[in-house]
Design a protein around this ligand. Sequence first.
Ligand code: ADP
Ligand code: MG
Length: 698
Amino acid sequence: MRIPRGFRFGGVASGLKPKNRDLALVVSDHPAAAAGVFTVNKACAAPVLDARPRLPAEGMRAVIANSGNANALTGPGGLDDVAVIRGAVADVLGIQKRSVLAASTGVIGARLPTMKVLAALPALAEQLGDRAELAAEAIMTTDTRAKMASREVMLGGKQAVIACIAKGSGMLAPQLATALAIVTTDAAVTPKALQEVLGRAVQKTFNMLTVDGEMSTNDTVLALANGLAGNPRIGEAGPDLEVLEAAVSDLFGEMARAMAADGEGATRMAEVVVAGAPSDEIARDCARSVASSPLVKAALFGADPNWGRILATVGARAGAQGWTVDPFKARVVLQGVPVFANGGPVEFDREALRVKLRETRVDVLVELAEGTARAVAWGCDLSYDYVKINADYASVIVQQPDGMVARDDHVTNYSPAFKRALLVEALKYIADFSGQVAVVKYGGAAMVKESLKEAFAEDVALLKRVGLKPVVVHGGAPEITKTLERLGERSEFVDGMRVTDAQSLPVVEMVLTGKVNQELVALINARGVSAVGLSGKDGKLVRAKKAVHESGRDLGYVGQVVEVNKKFLKMFLDQNHVPVISPIGLADDGGSLSINADEVASAIAVALGAKKLIYLTDVAGILESAPDGDLVRQLTVADLKRRLEAGAITGGMKWKAQAIFEALAGGVERVHVLDGRQPHSVIAELFTDRGVGSLVYA
Ligand code: ADP
Ligand code: MG
């Protein structure tokens, strides 16, 4: 994100939330024109009551925003708290109190612990700089990702930057999830014009972000424009105002889509376009109604091409409002596939469309035949998790004596209904899995962080206890690199595979079999399950030959699997041991070859007839694109091939893709790619209906 001239950002943890950043500060070094758009909820929060009557205005300098506590419905004390915080921000920055705006988001009804905010202010002021991501992070509540973006525009021959940080987890439930956006720009614009721009941009974007139609107590969009770009000040309608409005709308559109995609429990985002409507208002209403229909949203979760529910929603609105909209003349298109036209259903390949509907973004187009107005709305699907989160929500929010509001997610705090559901779900899988072999490739961050190692060992022991036969294959890249560095050797990687010369081979082997393997065996053994450490050389477990990279590049002592000694491995499983295998292969000449652990895991899964193969790595799963793309939750072999050929899968993930093809071709039913940075992700994947990573199936 580009930072507009003269703005500084900061974000710290003040203790409003148990551990994360929760206090953001945005400062303009020059007095700025300011505008704001707020919730129309009459039960609005104190900072909204404080800011709304003061905007639009000149001479604003700072926005202080906190998460964790909404300061809403907290009684008359709520406004006092805002005043105290504004005064303290003014003091610490040496500016006037009236030039400070405040915003809050979080839990309703708990008094804001102002002392914590005041205590954190000096450090926050100290930290001010160009790291806008710190501020974006500090306003997150149930968001799983920070949201920020910027645009550059030319205004009156001068280049100006417009930036936005925002939060909102899509599901606009009244408690934790509100939308908050702070816009900063160096464009010169009057407060009145800025207010108009903001109002219209919000109308087309945040107001078209619909989840449950509920208006929160805290929704706030604030904008500061300090004029440092030096453009002729925008005050009247004209080309500059249009450019500014287009950029702000575009920016808000991106934020709204990010919020929809990040909804509580949401598995996919929906963009609903209604075209051919008699008026803008009708287009907007229809788009919003479709995007917020519980039946449409449930169908989205089920990847069900249910156009009937879409047309029913449009027809219902038209009937209730008395609009001249004829649903029979509409055309409905899902993911680019026409499903309804000319007054009746269109033939389409149901299975193919279902696959498309499993993608993380679903496009719904309703073309009416009544006019030319068009509107876009954003929403998300309605998942089991949404109900779980929100039905059980109240019982897991706990207020501490010091005013901190925290979420205690321990299962004991959930309702009996939730606990029953969870146990039944888990036990069902336990019964299914009993006696099955599951091969787990252990790699990524899970291998480095102590707490994750422990969690992994615990998971393996648990799997064993409930009757599964786990086999662990581990990597060791970070540890090997560290050791080689200590010996003064640099590591070179080709597509995520280490080039291994005669000098580094013994180091690689030593670290893998002598250190990583031993540690893992000890951790699992400590949990009362017998783990046995094996190298591919033991019992000729993995016979290998030298591998050649597709580029023709010589990778040195890097091998590929020729054969797995299935009998030898079965012996350990029959004796109730958990084999823990290092990815070292035995060459024909009796020497060692280093093999990518992904490949070893796949070959072992095939040899043992395993139904499941699990890759623990340090990304959320298979992503649309690395490193920041959306998670692809389910994909077929064909999907994976397509992504690989399109160049969307690179580096270490390429090896995994190759290994996955081989596993599925060899009879493994399902391959999971999971986020090893999340503790207990193996358990979460195997024992709950909706897993946590990517699932690849034949
Ligand atoms: P591991 O230790 O789990 O084998 P790797 O680094 O070998 O980890 O492989 C995972 C890496 O692959 C990711 O960290 C990411 O940088 C890269 N990668 C490339 N393309 C993708 C993609 N489409 N989805 C996920 N990861 C990808
Ligand atoms: Mg790897």
